[in-house]
Design a protein. Structure first.
Length: 248
């Protein structure tokens, strides 16, 4: 079923103020996929980060304190040793190492990782009226900057095809609506499950600094419309440039 054009416009409008011309491009945070998280947990190299002495607990930014206490199961002070180092974060251009405050209790498989609040204010961007959620599928952009392989969760291939997609573009955002074609007829009984599908589209101009977003399937989920999607480009900038906070 095609998207309601009103939902499409509402989603695109949320990103109307995204400063695509800014250099460096603002970082757009997304949700880390289960696969990415599990891969990071299996990679033990990051554990050596915690071999250095921690900073005084009093230096932990107030904006992160509640989250750190929640992670530490609300247990009494003091918190475990806190370090300041680059930590992994999911963005709309792939996994990035960004300035963070981290701690790793010995009985936990994964450390607490809080993005540095000053960095968040200076270097990230997200619409104020957008829920804190993002799809985890990764689309890919060819070297020409215009050919996009769009991946999404859809109807299994035995039931439907996606021969093409509607493409909506503005100066700041792109939204793709795959067109589904039934293969088995409306009266066929389907199992209620989905799988990852993909469709290749060609943008009118290179994607550039624009954000790939999604729209809700109903007005009830309007706060999720415009959620950023991850695009892996031919050349990934893996380190943030232009940010030089003291102590990081």
């Amino acid at each position: 079923m095609a998207l309601d054009v009103r939902d499409v416009h509402q989603a695109l409008e949320k990103w109307a103020g995204f400063p695509v011309e800014r250099e460096p491009r603002p970082i757009v945070l997304t949700q880390m996929s289960v696969a990415e998280l599990e891969r990071l947990k299996r990679d033990t190299a990051w554990r050596s980060l915690f071999d250095v002495p921690g900073v005084p607990e009093a230096e932990l930014p107030p904006e992160l304190r509640a989250a750190a206490l929640h992670y530490y199961r609300g247990e009494a002070q003091p918190l475990p040793a806190i370090i300041r180092a680059p930590g992994p974060f999911a963005t709309d251009r792939g996994l990035r190492e960004l300035p963070a405050w981290m701690m790793h209790p010995r009985d936990r498989r994964w450390p607490f990782i809080g993005l540095d609040p000053e960095f968040r204010r200076q270097m990230t961007w997200r619409p104020e009226n957008l829920a804190d959620w993002s799809p985890t599928e990764e689309s890919s952009l060819a070297a020409d900057g215009r050919t996009l392989t769009y991946r999404f969760t859809g109807t299994p291939a035995e039931y439907a095809a996606y021969p093409h997609a509607e493409v909506y573009e503005t100066e700041t955002a792109v939204l793709i609506d795959p067109v589904e074609v039934d293969l088995d007829g409306p009266d066929h009984v389907r199992l209620t499950y989905s799988e990852q599908r993909e469709v290749v589209v060609h943008l009118s101009v290179p994607l550039g600094n624009r954000v790939l977003i999604c729209a809700p399937r109903s007005s009830v989920d309007s706060e999720y419309g415009g959620a950023p999607r991850t695009v892996i480009t031919a050349v990934q900038d893996v380190q943030p440039q232009g940010y030089r906070p003291s102590g990081l």
